[in-house]
Design a protein around this ligand. Sequence first.
Ligand SMILES: Cc1ncc(COP(=O)(O)O)c(C=O)c1O
Ligand SMILES: N[C@H](C=O)CCC(=O)O
Length: 435
Amino acid sequence: MSLNEQYAERATKVIPGGVNSPVRAYGSVGGTPRFFVSGSGPTVTDADGVEYVDLVGAWGPALLGHAHPAVVSAVQEAAARGLGFGASVPAEAELAEAIIERMPEVERVRLVSTGTEATMTAIRIARGATSRPLIIKFAGHYHGHSDGLLAAAGSGLATFGLPGSAGVTDATAAQTLVLSYNDLSAVEAAFAAHDGQIAAVIVESAAANMGVLPPEPGFTEGLISIAHKNGALIITDEVLTGFRAGPSGYWGIERENVAEGVTPDLFTFGKVVGGGLPLAALGGRAELMDLLAPLGPVYQGGTLSGNPLAVAAGLATLQHADSAAYARLGMAADTVAASVTEALTEAGVAHRIQRAGTLLSVLFGEYSEAPRIYDDVLTQNIEQHRAFFHAMLADGVNLPPSAFEAWFVSAAHDERALERIAEALPAAARAAALA
Ligand SMILES: Cc1ncc(COP(=O)(O)O)c(C=O)c1O
Ligand SMILES: N[C@H](C=O)CCC(=O)O
């Protein structure tokens, strides 16, 4: 038995499904999940000593690659000073300033520990600000695992074919209206049907938990305008896209295409802002953010919020994510996308590459037109994805073990890493063709 198999067997006895987050379980691809023991730059190494070029990137945080020396030494220095004090540390404001510098619409930032907490708190602020109960989310968009946001949620729920989660009360579920993405008439209709009741619309800045599916031109601007016309707030979820899709997140790309003054009200961040440690954030205009306790009546707290190690990792990551790093990320994403298309086309496998800035994903199947909504990606060829995934893994490339997750390149993906991916692709494409 390999060490990966031994670890999986052991974990399964004491941890439900052997994993602490369902997407890690190889649920839709089958086989033994790899247990990773180290990572360096563009590669990760499993318990059996096999090295892979990594396209999971810790699901986003590893923007600079694994164990980036500057990030590691920032964490080591912070750790040597103490692991946490349950009190403020000077670097928290520095991280908040770094976020505001990249996202000028944000005037105040609150640090939390997970993306789930960030979106949950943003919704609480929206309800507190508007005194309204309902929220709108879009099918296929994932905003973490708080009760009100698990319907039609993409990510692990899509991977396991779950429409939502057991354990959510009907009363809670009824407060979330789930609409079809990219459909402004559905948004208008929801506001008309629930006049004065909708506190906020929460939207992934570019959907990336049903594969990558960016908003159609005009959708984001229309959405913000409709929400504001109806007295509701827009929460733009940049947990995945923030400071990864581009230096100012996916909103930084969208900002150019919307009229002056049309802006989201609240933003949520995660992954990159924690540099690989548990840290996320929410931010927005001062008048909204100052509703948070201790200034206002909306409560949020956390023993580990603003933990000094996580703050150090996030700050070092943002400080090193310069224009050269984004140029490298863009080049790596373009190269991977081109190599995948070349191999799949050569093997006669119908597919579509999806992009949002430096994010990409691959849809297997006949897509004569760009997918627009969740239903469009639910019909993709999962068997082909499975065969492709395992062939790439066997040839030393670690892809997301789900057809519904984005692929993450890093600024450390050098020529050799990109070549190794290109070398693995022809056999994987042939395996997909036979599936
Ligand atoms: C867009 C988005 N929002 C929220 C979350 C939840 O973040 P976390 O897993 O840190 O709770 C995620 C991913 O996990 C995400 O991709
Ligand atoms: N799709 C999720 C976030 O991006 C994957 C991470 C997880 O929930 O384990």
